[in-house]
Design a protein around this ligand. Structure first.
Ligand code: GLC
Length: 475
């Protein structure tokens, strides 16, 4: 079947978080399973986009209320990503390096959605399914069904995949005129809590809703930033499908970013060499257990607890552990983490920023990965960590609960229930003790490395979901 994925991020073209990893991988596997898959995202000023070649396949103007922005559809020339990559180039709105965080994000993403549909609408054959991701593409199912100019797309099934329900793309009804002319009797479908809410609109209008883990689907029925009752209403068309990871990109045996490649057969030596290099580069002690955190420094990820938890654990275990943080986000958290450098030199370091290669080296060289998330719809880092023989320490929430079981229950990691400094420190203490039992810790590492989180079977679940809605539409 022909599938279109529409999203704001896609690795390697544009990445902020896990959304990019999923949108960069799932299409590749759907394509190898015999489907014709395209990904559509805005053309930002990123390194990948600037360094690769694209052909312009369509040009027009996108109308956003009174504004008319010229746009081009660019197609990646070689197809080397394993699917067709299309970029929507709207220079006035997207010729910027930062993907999010602009004052005109609403104008940017609404224009992106309209331009995408304008272009798809010019094709002779319509795709079989359009899979939207998160709120940036949430108005698409509504516009396809009710905007007069997309009559041709009215019956094409849509899926909204929810990677995170915190961000909902809300804006006031004063901007309703941005949308192309539509059947006004349907205007309430756009509304949630007296505002236009892109995510809520998608949940109401899409033929199916998927979340990125089964447990997250359960959680959003009682905790979803105001959308709980809506999620309850659409339960009948919802599915929780656990993300996979790209086992080719994330493979310690072939990963070119590592100091030393290794597999489950020689991981002890391999990890040790990576750890020594990592510790040397970040002024840490390779003879002590290394705890790391990788990710966005946001409350959602429990990152606000890190400075305090790190300081307490480092003081209690004076010179017995190392902690390394890689991430950026909230400035206050960044400052607090940087501030700790003076007190714990030699056992602590923080790299503020985003560095894909360093992230790979940290997965390989660490002993434990901290994920004290308050909210984690799926979480990929725990899966990357396990693949690299690093033991995840997680708060039992969302997809973390689906993928990590405490070693006390014969599992593959360390779990705690509260997003609190106390729980994190307690888990670190358990890890310090576990580190002393070499046989046990190596057994747990091996268990993690042996888990198959590949996309092949996950991709099949998506196809089954698409087939269900396709059959319903035909019937
Ligand atoms: C978002 C979620 C994360 C999930 C990722 C990919 O970033 O916060 O939990 O793994 O999307 O679906």
């Amino acid at each position: 079947m022909e599938i279109f994925h529409i999203a704001a991020e896609c690795y390697p073209a544009a990445k902020v978080g896990g959304l990019a990893d999923v949108v960069g991988a799932l299409p590749k596997y759907q394509n190898s399973a015999g489907h014709l898959v395209s990904v559509v995202l805005p053309r930002y000023e990123t390194k990948f986009i600037n360094e690769n070649e694209f052909d312009c396949v369509h040009s027009d103007f996108v109308k956003l209320g009174n504004f008319n922005f010229p746009f081009n559809i660019l197609k990646e020339r070689t197809g080397k990503l394993g699917y067709e990559l299309y970029l929507v180039e709207i220079p006035e709105l997207f010729d910027r390096k930062e993907i999010y965080g602009h004052e005109d994000d609403i104008e940017r993403f609404v224009s992106f959605q309209i331009a995408t549909l304008d272009w798809i609408n010019t094709r002779t054959a319509m795709p079989d399914v359009i899979n939207c991701h998160d709120h940036h593409t949430g108005l698409i199912p509504f516009m396809m069904m009710y905007a007069n100019k997309y009559e041709k797309l009215k019956d094409t099934p849509t899926v909204i995949t929810i990677h995170n329900s915190i961000y909902q793309g809300q804006f006031g009804f004063d901007k309703l005129y941005y949308l192309p002319e539509f059947d006004l009797s349907k205007v309430t479908l756009l509304e949630w809590d007296n505002r236009i809410n892109s995510l809520a609109t998608a949940i109401k209008c899409a033929s199916a809703v998927t979340t990125v883990s089964p447990n997250y689907l359960n959680e959003i029925n009682y905790s979803a930033y105001g959308l709980e009752s809506l999620f309850n209403l659409v339960r009948y068309k919802s599915r929780g499908i656990l993300n996979g990871i790209d086992m080719e990109v994330w493979n310690p045996a072939t990963d070119k970013m590592l100091e030393k490649n290794y597999s489950i057969k020689n991981f002890k030596k391999g990890k040790q060499e990576n750890k020594e290099k990592l510790c040397a580069e970040h002024n840490l002690d390779p003879t002590k257990p290394l705890f790391s955190f990788i990710g966005r420094l946001l409350e959602e990820k429990g990152a606000d607890l890190l400075p305090h938890a790190a300081a307490m654990s480092l003081s209690e275990n004076y010179k017995e552990i190392n902690i390394l943080v890689l991430g950026s986000g909230n400035t206050e958290i960044e400052n607090q983490l940087t501030h700790l450098l003076t007190s714990f030199k030699g056992n602590y370091n923080a790299v503020i920023g985003y560095d894909e290669a360093l992230a790979h080296q940290i997965y390989a060289g660490s002993d434990f990965l901290l994920m004290p998330s308050r909210v984690e719809p799926c979480g990929l880092n725990q899966m990357y960590a396990m693949r690299y023989g690093t033991i995840p320490i997680v708060r039992r929430t969302g997809g973390l609960k689906d993928t990590v079981i405490d070693f006390g229950d014969n599992g593959n990691g360390i779990c705690h229930d509260q997003a609190s400094v106390g729980d994190i420190c307690y888990s670190i203490q358990r890890a310090v003790n576990l580190y002393k039992d070499k046989k046990k810790i190596n057994d747990i590492r091996k268990k993690g490395m042996a888990i198959d989180h590949s996309w092949e079977s996950v991709c099949q679940e998506y196809i089954e979901g698409y087939n269900l809605i396709l059959n319903k539409n035909e019937g």
